[in-house]
Design a binder for this molecule. Structure first.
Ligand code: DP6
Length: 321
């Protein structure tokens, strides 16, 4: 019996991924840049067990059937020459399927733990294209959680590279959790609908590379206002593209706009804060560590204090046991 436990932080995209070029390989139509977080993590244990007849997956205490988990385990079994089924136990530090990116940390933690439990070297996994391909098929944004700090996922082969180490820039991401429960439309279904029906999809893909260039330059210069501005732009372009789908895809709620307004008001008062949203109503706010208290106070004036989460840049997926 072989067993390993891995942790991976969620990552929040600054420059967004939305849309696939190849659904089977889960290759994106656009690149993306994200921040891996230190506090909101998934912890997953994988144990290959000769006594098991089928893979078992327990998420937050609930047994689940999840084809993506089995697909990922099958891929690793094929690479490592392991025959045994696995027992997988996973705990999410963030609500599952709520637009808080738990699928990315989940796939990164699962793949890292399974890789090590299968006897493969976790330290070199991120350099192995077979490993990245499996993680990306689990979730298109998941390879970004394999690395710490600011990370770029390039669109051609779906590989990842670190742009700024987690200890090299004292950023904070505050998350205003605005609803509970799973989102209405999965990212996967939403992306397919947008690509098929939104007349803004082609302009989204065409305009996207310039945002990546701008964000890379801002990161090199550690220029937060520049990075924040391009992050907001990428967010709004992605949501505009979804809103133009048929039927329209709208993840925002009224409170989402209230929080975005409050972030703009903070900026008008000279506090550097910028918002982003993903496939859910929640708002994530990027700021410097020095401004986090003021940003948190503003968010807590709009939502219950326990629904404001805060994290800094965190490390990539790693074996912890
Ligand atoms: C809006 O990675 O969840 O959060 O590739 O279908 O698994 P699949 O989608 P997923 O999409 C994330 C979309 C996003 C933007 C982003 O994280 O870049």
């Amino acid at each position: 019996m072989r067993r390993a436990t891995a942790e991976a932080g969620i990552n929040i995209a600054l420059i967004k991924y939305w849309g696939k070029r190849d659904a089977a390989e889960n290759l994106p139509d656009v690149g993306s840049i994200s921040l891996t977080l230190d506090d909101l993590v998934t912890r997953t244990t994988v144990r290959f067990d000769p006594a098991l007849e089928r893979d078992r997956f327990v998420l937050d205490g609930q047994p689940r059937d999840d084809a993506r988990v089995v697909q990922l385990l099958d891929g690793i079994r094929a690479i490592a020459g392991v025959m045994h089924r696995a027992s997988v136990t996973s705990k999410n530090g963030v609500p599952t399927a709520s637009g808080l990116a738990s699928s990315a940390s989940g796939a990164a933690a699962l793949a890292t733990a399974a890789w090590a439990a299968a006897g493969l070297d976790p330290d070199t996994a991120v350099d192995d294209p077979r490993f990245i391909d499996l993680v990306r098929k689990g979730s298109g944004s998941a390879p970004r959680s394999l690395l710490g700090g600011l990370v770029e996922l390039e669109k051609t082969r779906g590989r990842v590279q670190q742009l700024c180490a987690e200890d090299a820039w004292d950023l904070r991401m505050l998350v205003a959790r605005l609803t509970k429960g799973p989102k209405k439309t999965s990212s996967r279904a939403g992306m397919a609908l947008t690509k098929q029906t939104s007349p803004y999809y082609a302009p989204w893909v065409e305009s996207h590379p310039a945002d990546l260039v701008e964000a890379r330059a801002a990161i090199v210069d550690r220029d937060l206002p520049r990075l924040g501005a391009v992050m907001e732009r990428s967010t709004c372009r992605m949501h505009a593209c979804m809103l133009a789908a048929d039927p329209p895809l709208r993840y925002w709620r009224g409170i989402t706009l209230d929080v975005a307004d409050a972030v703009e008001d903070l900026r008008a008062q000279g506090i550097g804060a910028w918002y982003t949203m993903d496939a859910g109503p929640h708002v994530k706010v990027l700021c410097a560590a020095a401004d986090a208290d003021q940003v948190r106070a503003t968010l807590q004036s709009l939502v219950p204090p326990e629904d404001v989460l805060e994290a800094g840049p965190g490390p990539g997926a790693r074996i912890v046991d």
